[in-house]
Design a protein around this ligand. Structure first.
Ligand code: CP
Length: 324
């Protein structure tokens, strides 16, 4: 593939190759010089039209670890504020000689448009578009689950077959939920969505997952519980249920966490709203993988960049280190 737009575009073999390559990339982080010469002379633009902390910084870290030249663009402070279009912005970057564009955009479909419009030749990687997709988040989540629930060995068959994953909260506005449901299904996991009816998308019955409105009965049957943030910035009307009601019915606190099997993990893509979907006690517990997910994101993004721009089989033990 030339682009990464949607988790739905990945076959099981594609996904396992990315997870396995990310395991090799993670070994680079354990070396004294955390850098490979793989993308030397290649230019990657991080094109962010929406706010981000984890995704933007971890893509930049991944690109620098692969020795790419990195250009960071944020809509704030750019000519977008003067009315410049996505097409003109993209073509301005293309004129500077770009090999890959990592794009986050508030409009669902913007990365697909960029990849298929013919405006640019560069590889396009979706870093989150509207309520649609966030494929590298789903990949780093699957990587985290595989490490915690299956082990660090690689190869086909080392996937999440039969694992029971519960995703809780604002599914309606969540590109993370949509991407995870698709990728986890591809990897053989059984996914249950738990949400108030008002925060489920109309089309959810056709998704490859179960639906529940009862968190307490789902927790004991879960190997991983992924809490979602309530995305108030994407809501036009008053938030329903109220924050208090939401926390009471769908928030994860220590009492609820105790209902999970002992081996089960708590996940959160971040940013977390402590006290609403997750209490501070749960967020800071060793069972919560939120910080580990961020570290794993660098390895996954290195793997995606490497596979889209580089290509050949990769072995961290054999690869030379780049000078820092
Ligand atoms: N998980 C995630 O996409 O976080 P950011 O919005 O901080 O990038």
């Amino acid at each position: 593939q030339r682009h990464l737009i949607s988790a739905a575009d990945l076959t099981r073999d594609d996904a396992v190759l990315i997870l396995d390559t990310a395991e090799e990339m993670a070994r680079v982080a354990d070396r004294p010089i955390k850098k490979l010469p793989t993308l030397r002379g290649r230019t990657v633009v991080n094109l962010f039209f929406e706010d981000s902390t984890r995704t933007r910084i971890s893509f930049e870290a991944a690109e620098k670890r692969l020795s790419a030249d990195v250009i960071n663009f944020t809509a704030k402070g750019s000519s977008v504020s003067k009315g410049e279009s996505l097409k003109d912005t993209a073509q301005t970057l293309e004129a500077m000689g770009v090999d890959a564009v990592v794009i986050r955009h508030g409009a669902s479909g913007a990365p697909y448009r960029l990849a298929t419009s013919g405006w640019i030749d560069a590889a396009v990687i979706n870093a989150g578009d509207g309520t649609h997709q966030h494929p590298t988040q789903a990949l780093l989540d699957a990587f985290t689950m595989r490490r915690r629930l299956v082990g660090r060995d690689t190869g086909l068959g080392r996937d999440l077959a039969g694992k029971r994953i519960t995703i809780v909260g604002d599914v309606l506005h969540s590109r993370v939920a949509r991407s995870n449901v698709e990728l986890l299904h591809t990897l053989g996991a059984d996914v249950t969505l738990v949400a108030p009816p008002t925060l489920l998308p109309v089309g959810v019955p056709s998704w490859p997952c179960e639906i529940s409105y009862d968190l307490d009965s789902t927790l004991p049957k879960s190997d991983a519980v992924m809490m979602l943030r309530v995305q108030r910035e994407r809501m036009n009307a008053a938030f329903f249920p109220t924050e208090r009601e939401y926390a009471r019915r769908y928030g994860l606190d220590a009492d609820r966490m105790a209902k999970m099997p002992e081996h089960a993990i708590v996940m959160h893509p971040g940013p977390m709203v402590r006290g609403m979907e997750i209490t501070a006690e749960v967020a800071d517990s060793p069972r919560c993988t939120a910080v580990e997910q961020v570290s794993n994101g660098v390895s996954i993004r290195m793997a995606v960049l490497y596979l889209l721009l580089g290509g050949a089989a990769f072995d961290a033990k054999a690869a030379p280190e780049a000078a820092n």
